[in-house]
Design a protein around this ligand. Structure first.
Ligand code: DAH
Length: 346
């Protein structure tokens, strides 16, 4: 038996020695140690032996197993190391090669202004709402107290889809929607950013599509001083703590009284420069106290409720803030141009 096991071990070691891959090694293992191997049949013969013979064979089989396992594992590790070295060699990374530059995107200047405005008003407890760009004539004009013969309703100014449907010319339509949707007729504090459309020919300062930011507050005892305080807060939050606001009388059908609001020129601080045409002020928005007819048309009793509203042109703010001189550059979306604003972060 001893010779038989020695011969087997000899044969196994020879095959192990010649093996060069994991597959062959696995075959060797099952050939010499597997359930159909000679070694296993020797192990099975134990039960028929006398105690002394059992002991002797036990030592022999143990020696076989230890010696086989040692040779097998040494070779197996050798093959694995060789394989790993080969992979490291073929997949070697040349760390001196120039890398691929991944360019980070930046927020569009209009998005930045919109987010700044939203953050500001959310911090003052306003809801941010949205409304559709395709709007009814009623929401865009009639309920806003804009009479049938008003020039804004002219087909020269507004994109009509049908007699009753149009592309909204102002986000003020969302004032109407918000008041109508509030069936309990509770107080309202909302802002609404969004796109609006007008039949303008595109040039450096006009666009057939642009963005507005609307605000509406409806409650008991809302007065002009609330409007003034809110817009001063907005101007300072957006353009810096030294900014002031100035109110000039104006006319909008949906507010009475109505005001155009100017802010101190961000470039010269009010001294007068080319940007503000030496006036020291720049016009940025329209505002006023919500007209009683509008409150009434939207189900609010003007004897109980008052309100203020305002509408800012987002492009106008972005142009002044980021020194953009041609409105068309905002919309052509040339990444080389837009990337400039990544560095003008404030
Ligand atoms: N909707 C006006 C426009 O497009 C701007 C505006 C003026 C909005 C006065 C208002 C407001 O809410 O009260 O020119």
């Amino acid at each position: 038996m001893k010779e038989k096991l020695n011969a087997l071990l000899e044969a196994a070691k020879k095959e192990i020695n010649e093996a060069t891959d994991e597959n062959t090694m696995n075959n060797i293992k099952s050939k010499f140690m597997g359930k159909d191997s000679e070694f296993t049949s020797v192990m099975k013969s134990f039960k028929d032996l006398a105690d002394d013979a059992k002991k002797e064979l036990g030592t022999l089989t143990n020696e076989f197993r230890v010696s086989f396992t040692e040779s097998f594992e040494n070779k197996y590790n050798e093959i694995k190391t060789a394989l790993l070295n080969k992979r490291l060699e073929t997949e070697r990374i040349d760390v001196t090669l120039p890398g691929k530059r991944v360019s980070a995107g930046t927020l569009h200047p209009l998005t930045k202004v919109r987010i700044d405005l939203e953050d500001l008003f959310v911090s003052m407890g306003y809801d941010v709402v949205e409304g559709p760009q395709i709007e009814t004539d009623d929401n865009c004009f009639t309920k806003l107290n804009i009479p049938k013969d008003h020039p804004a309703r002219d087909t020269q100014d507004t994109f009509y889809i049908t007699d009753e449907m149009l592309l909204r010319t102002q986000t003020s339509s969302v004032q109407v929607r918000t008041m109508l949707a509030n069936t309990e007729k509770t107080p309202i504090k909302m802002v609404c950013p969004g796109k609006v459309y007008r039949r303008d020919n595109d040039d450096a300062t006009h666009s057939h599509q642009f963005m507005q930011f609307e605000g509406l507050v409806v409650d008991k005892n809302i007065s002009l001083s609330d409007l003034k305080g809110t817009l001063l807060e907005m101007a300072r939050g957006l353009l810096g703590p030294n900014t002031n606001v100035r109110f000039r009388p104006s006319f909008f059908g949906f507010t009475e009284p109505s005001y155009e609001v100017d802010v101190t020129c961000f470039k010269c601080g009010g001294k007068g420069c080319a940007l503000c045409k030496n006036i020291g002020w720049i016009e940025v928005l329209g505002s006023g106290m919500v007209h009683p007819n509008v409150l009434r048309a939207c189900g609010y009793d003007p004897e109980i409720y008052t309100g203020f509203a305002f509408g800012v042109g987002i492009e106008r703010i972005a142009m002044f803030k980021y020194g953009i001189t041609d409105l068309r550059n905002i919309y052509t979306n040339d990444v080389r141009y837009l990337n400039n604003f990544a560095r003008k972060e404030d």
